[in-house]
Ligand binder design. Structure first.
Ligand code: NAP
Length: 453
C-alpha cells in the first residue's frame, strides 16, 4: 500500500481526496490510499514525524494553516516554495521530506492552455495574499514587463515586491491602492487572486459588492487580446469574470489551475503526469443521497437526476441485479455482513462516475469503508424527517423492507426509533442535511441542486 494525505484545519471541504481518489481510480491503482487529516497546529510536528517514519508514505498536500509553519520541519524546500513562502506539497523520498509549491505550475499551465502571453506586457494582479505570490512568481518567470498589485493592504504588497523584485530583473513590480491610482498603460492580463466573489465573500471589507468593485475594469485600456483570470474555482463563473467578459476580456476560471497543480503533485510523487480527464469529473461530481428508509431518496433522487440530465442509480437495485436476489433474500440467505460488503463494492464502482445521483440504502453508512469512501468524495446529502412522518410513510410498504417486515405497528415504530438513534452519527457525516417532512419532493430536489450546482 502507498499512502498519501492532505493536512489542514479545517479540512472537510478539501477537494483533494476526491481529486486523488479519482486519479488513482482511473489509473486502476488499488494500492494507493489518500486521506484527509485534520491536524491542529500544535500537532503538526507529531504528524510529520510519524509520516517521515511511515514506510508506505509517498507524500502529502498541505493547506491552511500549515503552509508556512511547515518550513522548519522539512529537510529541503524548492526555490519557488521558498520565495512564495508557502509549501503545498511534500514528497517523502530517500528518507527526506521535500517541500514544493505547485500553484506556480498551475498558473503557468493555465497560461499555456489558454495561450496567455505576458512577456513584455503589463499585468494587473488583484490581491496580495498567498495565491497572489504564486501568480507574481509565474508573471516574473514569464518576463512580464510590469506587474501592478492592486490592494488596499499596501504593507503586504510592499513586502511581496521587496522579496520578488531582486529575483525578476526584467519585471517591474509596483503597487496601487485603488483603481484610480493605476498607470494609464495598456493591460494584457488581469489576474484576480482574492476570495471576493465566492459565496462566502460577496463584498469587500468596505461593503462594496464584488460586481461593483470589479466594474473598475471598465476604466482600463486593454491590449487587443487581453485575459481576465480569476483564481476562484467555486463558483466557476464569478462577478470578476462577468465584468471581464463585458469589457471584452477573455475569461479564465480557477479550475484549470486547481487541476494542473494536482497533476503536478502526482508527477512529483510518482515521476509521471497522469493522463486523466479531471475537469468533467470536478464539474459534475456525483451526489449521494443517504437517510433512513422513507426519507425520500427514491422519490427525490430521480427528480433531481431529471432536472440535471444526470443518471439516477439506486444502489439497492444495482445490488439486486448483480446478486440475482432480492435484498430480502440476500439478507436471509447470506446475512448482513455479506450484504454490506457487496453494497460497498457497488457504491465504489459508481463513486467516480460524473453526472450521477446515487441513492444509498438506509444502512449503507454502517460499513466503515463505505463511510471512508463517501467522506473522500463529499457531496453527501442526509435526507431526514421526523419519526411520525417516517413511520407513516413506512407503514404503507413495510413488507418490502427486510428490517421492518412482520412487525406490529408498535414494534415497527420502536424499531425505526432505535435504528435512527443507532445510525444518526453516521448520517451526520453528510455535508448537507435536508428535512423533507414539510416540503414537496420537487422543492427538496431544487434545494439540493441550489446547494451543489
Ligand atoms: P489569502 O492569503 O488569505 O489572501 C487573500 C487576499 O485577498 C489578500 O490580499 C486579502 O487582503 C484579500 N481579501 C480577502 N478578503 C477580501 C475581500 N472580501 N475583498 C477584497 N479582498 C479581500 O488567500 P489565498 O490563499 O491567496 O487565496 C485567495 C483566493 O485564491 C481564494 O479564493 C482561493 O480559493 C483561490 N485559490 C485558488 C487556487 C486554484 O488552484 N485555483 C489556488 C490557491 C488559491 P488582506 O491582505 O487585506 O487580507
Amino acid at each position: 500500500m502507498r499512502e498519501a494525505a492532505v493536512i489542514g484545519k479545517p479540512i472537510s471541504h478539501s477537494l483533494s481526496p476526491s481529486i486523488f481518489g479519482f486519479i488513482s481510480h482511473r489509473l486502476g491503482l488499488s494500492d494507493f490510499d489518500y486521506r484527509a487529516h485534520e491536524v491542529d497546529p500544535a500537532d503538526l510536528k507529531t504528524f510529520i514525524d510519524l509520516f517521515h517514519k511511515n514506510p508506505n508514505g509517498v507524500g502529502f498536500n498541505v493547506t491552511i494553516p500549515h503552509k508556512e509553519k511547515i518550513f522548519d520541519l522539512l529537510n529541503e524546500i524548492s526555490p519557488e516554495a521558498k520565495l512564495i513562502g508557502a509549501v503545498n506539497v511534500v514528497h517523502l523520498t530517500n528518507n527526506e521530506l521535500r517541500g514544493y509549491n505547485t500553484d506556480v505550475y498551475g498558473v503557468l499551465q493555465t497560461f499555456k492552455k489558454h495561450s496567455v502571453v505576458v512577456r513584455d506586457r503589463n499585468a494587473l494582479l488583484i490581491g496580495a495574499g498567498g495565491a497572489a505570490r504564486a501568480v507574481a512568481y509565474a508573471l516574473g518567470s514569464e518576463n512580464a514587463a510590469n506587474v501592478t498589485i492592486l490592494t488596499p493592504n499596501l504593507s503586504r504588497a510592499k513586502s511581496l515586491i521587496s522579496e520578488f523584485q531582486p529575483h525578476f530583473k526584467q519585471t517591474k513590480f509596483q503597487v496601487a491602492a485603488d483603481w484610480s491610482q493605476l498607470d494609464p498603460v495598456e493591460w494584457s492580463l488581469i489576474a484576480q487572486s482574492t476570495p471576493l466573489g465566492m459565496s462566502s465573500q460577496p463584498m469587500t471589507r468596505d461593503g462594496v459588492s464584488a460586481l461593483d468593485y470589479f466594474s473598475g475594469l471598465n476604466q482600463l485600456k486593454l491590449s487587443q487580446k487581453a485575459w481576465a483570470f480569476d483564481l476562484i474555482y467555486r463558483p466557476e463563473w464569478t462577478p470578476f469574470l462577468e465584468q471581464g467578459r463585458q469589457c471584452g476580456l477573455v475569461p479564465i476560471g480557477g479550475l484549470d489551475m486547481l487541476i494542473e497543480q494536482a497533476l503536478e503533485t502526482w508527477r512529483i510523487w510518482f515521476g509521471e503526469r497522469p493522463s486523466v480527464e479531471l475537469s468533467d469529473y470536478l464539474r459534475h461530481r456525483p451526489i449521494f443521497l443517504t437517510g433512513f428508509m422513507g426519507a425520500g431518496k427514491s422519490t427525490i433522487g430521480p427528480l433531481l437526476a431529471r432536472k440535471l440530465g444526470w443518471n439516477f442509480v439506486e444502489i439497492d437495485h444495482a445490488i439486486e441485479s448483480e446478486a440475482g436476489l432480492s435484498i430480502r433474500e440476500l439478507f436471509k440467505t447470506k446475512g448482513e455482513p455479506f450484504f454490506r460488503d457487496l453494497e460497498r463494492k457497488i457504491i465504489a464502482r459508481f463513486a467516480f462516475e460524473p453526472r450521477s445521483i446515487i441513492s444509498l440504502g438506509g444502512g449503507s453508512l454502517t460499513h466503515p469503508q463505505t463511510r471512508e469512501l463517501l467522506a473522500k468524495i463529499g457531496r453527501l446529502v442526509f435526507l431526514t424527517a421526523d419519526l411520525d412522518t417516517l413511520d407513516k410513510r413506512l407503514k404503507l410498504n413495510s413488507t418490502k423492507r427486510p428490517l421492518l417486515a412482520g412487525l406490529t405497528d408498535a414494534q415497527r415504530r420502536q424499531k425505526i426509533e432505535s435504528l435512527l438513534k443507532e445510525r444518526e452519527a453516521f448520517y451526520n457525516q453528510a455535508s448537507f442535511r435536508l428535512d423533507t417532512a414539510s416540503m414537496t419532493a420537487q422543492q427538496a430536489a431544487e434545494r439540493i441542486r441550489e446547494k451543489f450546482l
